[in-house]
Design a protein around this ligand. Structure first.
Ligand code: ARG
Length: 247
């Protein structure tokens, strides 16, 4: 058999990936979640751990990266409506979500923490009783808060459209604390040590971030898992990890 010429082969592969815009990897992300995704206020560019990962994945697939900034609340519906090819938004792999979308192999381990106003006196989840607690609507922080309430810890749960609004509310004293992903809390606390304190509680279980792909696009899922694996093996993943989280 005559070998297929390389350019033709590459072109054929892109068609098989079944992308929203041929030649592009369109990534849906709620770009308000530093250090995973945020807008650099000076350059106006999107940056963060997920953004670096997305760039590298796109490059390895021979695609141009296009980030579609999307409200978290509609991020899965947007994927299902084929507004973008994948979601990369520090999204935790959950059973519920996996009914609607396929998840890549896990690429990051996280957990919930309590981010409280400094001096709140909160030491653990039971101290949330009687407090005002913020979460980003529809996040695993939201689900963890609901579970605490079901378990009898009574507090007022306030849901925000995005995480920066919840952080702002703590700063202003409108709420006492938030339940959010640990690395987002670590950065907020590092930037504002006089405002925030972090309380880790053993009852919060480990979570794993995954890249969400439409269930009708198994070829793309497979291609992403392949490059993720290669990036872990050749040290690229570690390099990006160290850039954002240190050793
Ligand atoms: N990991 C949490 C979840 O999946 C929060 C993610 C929020 N991401 C964002 N870009 N706002 O529910």
């Amino acid at each position: 058999a005559t070998p297929t010429p390389a350019p033709e082969k590459a072109a054929k592969q892109k068609v098989e990936l079944n992308l929203v815009n041929p030649g592009k990897l369109a990534v849906g992300s709620d770009v308000a979640y530093p250090p995973f995704e945020y807008t650099n206020q000076t350059t106006g560019k999107y940056e963060g751990f997920d953004m670096d990962l997305a760039k590298e994945i796109a490059k390895r697939l021979g695609l141009e990266l296009e980030v579609v900034n999307t409200a978290w609340d509609g991020i899965i519906p947007g994927l299902l409506a084929h507004k973008y090819d994948v979601i990369m938004s520090a999204m935790t792999i959950t059973e519920e979500r996996a009914k609607q979308v396929s998840f890549s192999d896990p690429y990051f381990e996280a957990k919930q923490v309590i981010l409280a106003k400094k001096g709140s006196g909160i030491r653990g989840v039971s101290d949330l009783a009687g407090k005002k607690v913020g979460v980003q609507l529809g996040t695993t922080g939201d689900f963890a808060a609901q579970k605490l309430i079901e378990n009898g810890i009574k507090f007022e749960l306030i849901k925000f459209e995005d995480t920066p609004s919840a952080l702002m509310a703590i700063e202003k004293g409108d709420i006492d604390a938030a339940i959010i992903d640990n690395f987002v809390a670590y950065l907020a606390q590092k930037n504002n040590p006089d405002v925030f304190e972090i309380i880790e509680d053993k009852t919060f279980e480990p979570e794993y971030y995954g890249i969400a792909v439409n269930k009708d696009n198994p070829a793309l899922l497979e291609a992403i898992n392949k490059v993720l694996k290669e990036m872990k093996e050749d040290g690229t993943y570690d390099k990006i990890y160290r850039k954002w989280f240190g050793e």
